[in-house]
Design a protein around this ligand. Structure first.
Ligand code: CP
Ligand code: NVA
Length: 335
């Protein structure tokens, strides 16, 4: 690689624990500043006159809106390119597309189907490529999720600020996340983040929907200590959990297996009864990356005071703002 090779963000695996914590802290600090009416001088005009290409082959609400809004805060120009707009691997190779687009813009934010597509874009791009969701990873979601957890569990974060900075410095050690549902892209990056931040993660999937073994290896090799447990029984995962998390059972591209999946995931809906039966911690909270379908979580939980979902969605803005600042403005220098 040349000394000018750009640094990409394709998954949480690309970040050290300290870098992940720093991105979360920066996101929190930008959130506070901008909301109180002060755009920090370090980001004012940071992307003035620069274009960021948004290559999206799938639909998006949060990722698109947050990324365009963050680019606007940096005074840059977001150029949205949907699958009907450009020749992304359809009538032109990924290689050629990446070389051409990256010669004209400051970064590519790409939402693709197969993870290898975003890897391919990164390989040939002369500017940073940010993964905006692939079938394997969703790093922008994970950063927003840990910002949300950092906000919702301030006492956990405080004790670490005064104590050791092990686990990357967010002080979330000891927290337990229970993931109930499908082992998918959102889970995989969340798991990598949990490994880096010393958070325990308990995953319950139906039989046949477990974390694929290569992915499990990547996740568990990320932490020297055991932090991940897996089960096919939701109650078991929920035990002593601080946070219950799920995502849709039918990710984009899996629509044809919808009926089968809904059958196979019976009993995995997150409800108050499940939290009680399983013995979630007093004061447990609920998270979901959205968009949400009713089958994976009851309305009672989703719209309850325990639910962090809309704060989590808003935090996508502050997460991508920190990522763009780090990877595009600061050229990959995060810490
Ligand atoms: N959570 C998330 O990535 O949402 P969108 O698909 O709407 O971007
Ligand atoms: N797992 C979902 C996440 C959407 C943000 C999907 O891939 O469709």
């Amino acid at each position: 690689t040349s000394p000018f090779a750009p640094r990409h963000l394709l998954s949480i695996a690309d970040l050290t624990p300290t870098e992940l914590s720093t991105l979360v802290r920066t996101a929190a600090s930008h959130k506070q500043s901008v909301k109180s009416g002060h755009v920090p001088p370090t980001i004012t005009n940071a992307l003035l006159g620069q274009t960021i290409a948004l290559l999206f082959t799938k639909r998006s609400t949060r990722t698109r809106v947050s990324t365009e809004a963050a680019i606007a805060l940096l005074q840059g120009h977001p150029m949205f390119l949907g699958s009907q707009d450009i020749q992304l691997g359809v009538n032109e190779s990924l290689h050629d597309t990446s070389v051409v687009i990256s010669s004209m813009v400051s970064a590519l934010v790409a939402r693709v189907d197969a993870h290898e597509d975003v890897v391919g874009l990164a390989k040939h791009s002369s500017v940073p490529v940010i993964n905006a969701l692939s079938d394997a990873f969703h790093p922008l979601q994970t950063i927003a999720d840990f910002l949300t957890i950092h906000e919702a569990f301030p006492s956990a974060s405080k004790s670490a600020a005064s104590g050791s900075e092990s686990g990357g410095g967010l002080g979330l050690e000891g927290l337990k996340i229970a993931w109930i549902g499908d082992a998918n892209n959102v889970l995989f990056d969340l798991a990598l983040g949990a490994a880096k931040l010393g958070v325990h993660l308990s995953v319950a999937t139906p039989k046949g929907y477990e974390i694929p073994s290569a992915m499990r290896e990547l996740i568990t090799s990320t932490s020297p200590t055991a932090f991940l447990s897996e089960t096919n029984t939701p109650e078991e995962a929920v035990k002593n959990a601080d946070i219950l998390v799920t995502d849709t059972w039918i990710s984009m591209g899996q629509e044809s297996s919808k009926a089968q999946r809904i059958k196979d995931f019976a009993g995995f809906q997150i409800t108050k009864e499940l939290a009680q039966r399983g013995g979630a911690k007093e004061g447990w909270r609920f998270m979901h990356c959205l968009p949400r379908k009713p089958e994976e979580v009851s309305d009672e939980v989703f719209y309850s005071p325990a639910s962090l979902v809309f704060q989590e969605a808003e935090n996508r803005l502050w997460a991508v703002l920190a990522v763009l600042e780090a990877f595009v403005v600061r050229k990959g220098k995060i810490v």
